[in-house]
Design a protein around this ligand. Structure first.
Ligand SMILES: [Mn+2]
Length: 451
């Protein structure tokens, strides 16, 4: 059965770009070393429009002035010899039966057939930054353009795909929200298991592997991005992915990791004590970050922007830094000079979806902030990071990095925290750290999580 979601998305995209031809290539395999490739990851836009999971395919949509729509897919052709090595291919004969397209051809025919498809259209929308595609388009359109006095439109009006499809991907449909809720569920299991497993002497590597394993349960597709498993000062490296150090008694462990389901990402950070009990200094700092996040939640409503939320979060963290005598001067002075950025260098949130940093616009055509509306999904992730040797910072806070991140769905009733079940209050976190790994995994085996 062909899911109507995909057909509807294709129709809406054709309307949004104003008709003509839309070309969306899927991803190809990327070489890891000689004769081996990285695991395949489909291009998000292509996935969004087709649901098709094979590499080296291209979707070509067209809508003419009579409103007639054509959906053509170019894909890997059946090839028993190749399929013996790399797996079964759908092939062009079967594709129209099971995919949201009308016609399918072997991918090597794209160049040959493109001229015919483009002829008579004025507008073409594709990723202008894709050199291969732009070169193919230049060659093809040059051919059409040179057809002397032939009375037909030439596709000379090229526009970039990303702003259009990015706008569509901003507000999630119910099937997308379901996938994100399932990703949140697996992400919860992973984080709970990590809290249970972490102990002095355990290596970041073991926790990283456990997360990947749990994120692959049921229809999980593993980690949506390289997990950050950062013990002690490693938490000060914002994109730390080495994940290979032993955990030390008395240190905190920062984990930024999320499961992927149906290509939709979870993106959650928790910071907790390796030995299961915060020191009072750690707890005080943790509470400051947690309060900043709660403050941010209080400002989430339809009609505000992610930069509004960021502004409120910065003010909250900045005031705490002033209260702790780390920053001098008034709140307004420090907001003006952005002094706090030394300790809070990143944003408070980003769009979340098929990409963990979802490719939707933050500004509209008039350069105004895109506002929260029903169905948008985003993260909320305040943090504070204090390097050693910073004399403005109390000794017991030096070397600490704390971030707390949840995934939010905006609804008409207000923000819904999709990852609220993952322990976050000091007491909850300490309890989750005391749990045994067995009790966490038992829940997983007793009944399907994602039913
Ligand atoms: Mn994030």
């Amino acid at each position: 059965m062909i899911e109507t979601d995909f057909l509807n998305r294709q129709n809406r995209l054709l309307d949004l770009v104003g008709g003509g031809v839309v070309i969306v290539p899927g991803a190809s395999l990327v070489q890891k070393s000689h004769d081996t490739e990285f695991p395949f990851r489909q291009n998000s836009d292509f996935k969004y429009l087709t649901g098709f999971k094979e590499p080296d395919a291209t979707l070509v949509l067209s809508k003419n002035e009579d409103g007639e729509i054509k959906r053509i897919l170019f894909l890997q052709e059946k090839n028993p010899e190749m399929e013996m090595w790399t797996g079964i291919r759908l092939g062009s004969e079967k594709a129209p039966e099971v995919l949201p397209i009308d016609e399918a051809y072997p991918n090597h025919e794209l160049g040959r057939r493109l001229g015919e498809i483009l002829s008579g259209h004025q507008k073409c929308t594709f990723n202008l930054f894709n050199n291969d595609l732009r070169n193919l388009m230049a060659k093809t359109v040059k051919g059409i353009n040179s057809r002397g006095k032939a009375k037909l439109h030439r596709p000379l009006n090229w526009q970039h795909l990303s702003p259009y499809i990015g706008k569509m991907r901003l507000q999630k449909e119910s099937s997308e929200i379901l996938a994100m809720k399932q990703a949140a569920k697996l992400t919860e299991v992973g984080h709970r298991a990590a809290m249970a497993l972490a102990n002095p002497g355990i290596n970041e590597k073991q926790i990283n592997e456990l997360l990947t394993y749990l994120f692959s349960q049921e229809n999980g597709e593993g980690a949506a991005y390289d997990s950050i498993v950062a013990g002690g000062e490693n938490a000060l490296i914002l994109h730390y992915i080495n994940n290979n150090c032993a955990l030390n008694d008395g240190d905190l462990l920062l984990i930024d990791a999320g499961a992927q389901v149906n290509t939709y990402a979870g993106d959650v950070t928790r910071t907790f004590p390796v030995n299961g009990k915060f020191t009072s200094a750690q707890r005080d700092l943790y509470q400051i970050v947690l309060d900043a996040q709660k403050n941010a939640f209080g400002h989430m409503k339809k009609g505000v922007s992610l930069s509004d939320i960021h502004e409120h979060t910065c003010r909250s963290l900045c005031q705490s830094l002033i209260d702790a005598k780390i920053l001098k001067g008034t709140l307004d002075e420090n907001m003006e000079s952005k002094s706090f950025r030394k300790y809070y260098p990143h944003g408070t949130g980003h769009w979340l979806g098929l990409d963990v940093h979802d490719q939707s616009p933050y500004l509209d055509e008039d350069l105004n902030d895109v506002l929260l509306d029903e169905g948008v999904t985003f993260t909320c992730e305040p943090g504070l990071y204090f390097p050693h040797g910073d004399r403005d910072v109390p000794k017991e806070w030096q070397g600490l990095g704390i971030r707390i991140e949840d995934d939010i769905l905006m609804t008409n009733e207000g923000p819904e925290n999709l990852t609220r079940a993952i322990p976050k209050e000091v007491k909850e976190v300490e309890e989750a750290c005391q749990a045994t790994l067995d009790t966490v995994l038992e829940k997983l085996s007793s009944k399907p999580l994602l039913a």
